[in-house]
Design a protein around this ligand. Structure first.
Ligand code: ATP
Length: 260
């Protein structure tokens, strides 16, 4: 599994042919192995942008290139080997075990409807190990906590051995410990990652690059320290944002007040 570079060139999206534009042309270039955080207020278009990356929404205009290849020019199976998604609402079959769910990630690599072979089994066990799920492998998904289930969904995406992984608000409903644990797991994968996040402090400390979306427009793209500034955050989120450097960790930290 090798990380790929992701180029998004003037990608726009609207619902149907005569709908309002929801995503205005967005462009960015993410180098291989970097983690991009997509942030923005509710309704800004974060999920819509992500859907164009994992081939759920065909862009109304523009192109999504992974290592120079347009994902819409790929056969569906090849696309599934190239980009994997971890989504907020997964239709889980609660009776499946964690191992079953992770094995599903191997589907795009199997021939026709062949049953999983020995190599597939080895890969699944390796992924379970790397994601610290071995001890839960025989449990049914429905019996897991929210954090464990989210880890299983990441494991399924990892088993898919994609070159880019897209995660839509993966830390929703997780407590701070499990948020950091999940993000640490994602970082250790060494893959090219695009992730939408609501917590700007988490995004700032975890991501290599940040893209700020507002009303379907890209307001800024680049490293967190260049992009997440007081004026930009205040303007995009309609709050008074104050930025300080924490004395102990030396990390950047935003606090917020509602505009009066
Ligand atoms: N299929 C669709 N048809 C019509 N409108 C849509 C469709 N999908 C999304 N929208 C609208 O596009 C806008 C952006 O939605 P999107 O879910 O991408 O925002 P978001 O930034 O992910 O929001 P949130 O932070 O609340 O999850 C919203 O106003 C939403 O109602």
């Amino acid at each position: 599994m090798s990380a790929a570079e992701l180029q998004v060139k003037d990608v726009s999206w609207q619902a149907g042919t005569d709908g309002q534009p929801i995503l205005h042309p967005v462009s960015f270039h993410l180098k291989a192995g970097r983690i991009l955080g997509i942030v923005g207020p509710n309704g800004a278009g974060k999920s819509t942008l992500l859907r164009t990356l994992y081939r759920y929404h065909k862009p109304s205009g523009g192109r999504v290139l992974i290592d120079g290849q347009d994902i819409w020019q790929m056969a569906p199976r090849e696309a599934a080997r190239t980009v994997a998604a971890v989504l907020q609402e997964q239709s889980n079959d609660f009776a499946l075990t964690v191992r079953d769910v992770v094995t599903l990630g191997r589907l795009p690599h199997r021939l026709g409807f062949s049953t999983p072979g020995r190599r597939c089994g080895e890969i699944v066990e390796d992924v379970l190990e790397r994601t610290d799920l071995t001890r839960l492998a025989d449990r049914s998904i429905g019996t897991l906590s929210g954090g464990e289930r989210q880890r299983a969904m990441v494991a399924r995406a990892v088993a898919q051995a994609p070159r880019v992984i897209v995660l839509d608000e993966p830390t929703n409903h997780l407590d701070i410990h499990h948020q950091l644990e999940l993000l640490e797991l994602v970082r250790q994968l060494g893959m090219t990652v695009v992730v939408s996040l609501h917590d700007l402090n988490v995004a700032s400390s975890f991501c290599d690059d940040i893209l700020v979306l507002q009303n379907g427009h890209c307001r800024a793209f680049g490293p967190p320290e260049e992009v997440l500034t007081e004026p930009l955050v205040s303007g995009a989120f309609h709050v008074m944002a104050q930025l300080e450097t924490l004395s102990r960790s030396q990390s950047r930290h935003f606090s917020f007040q509602r505009n009066s």
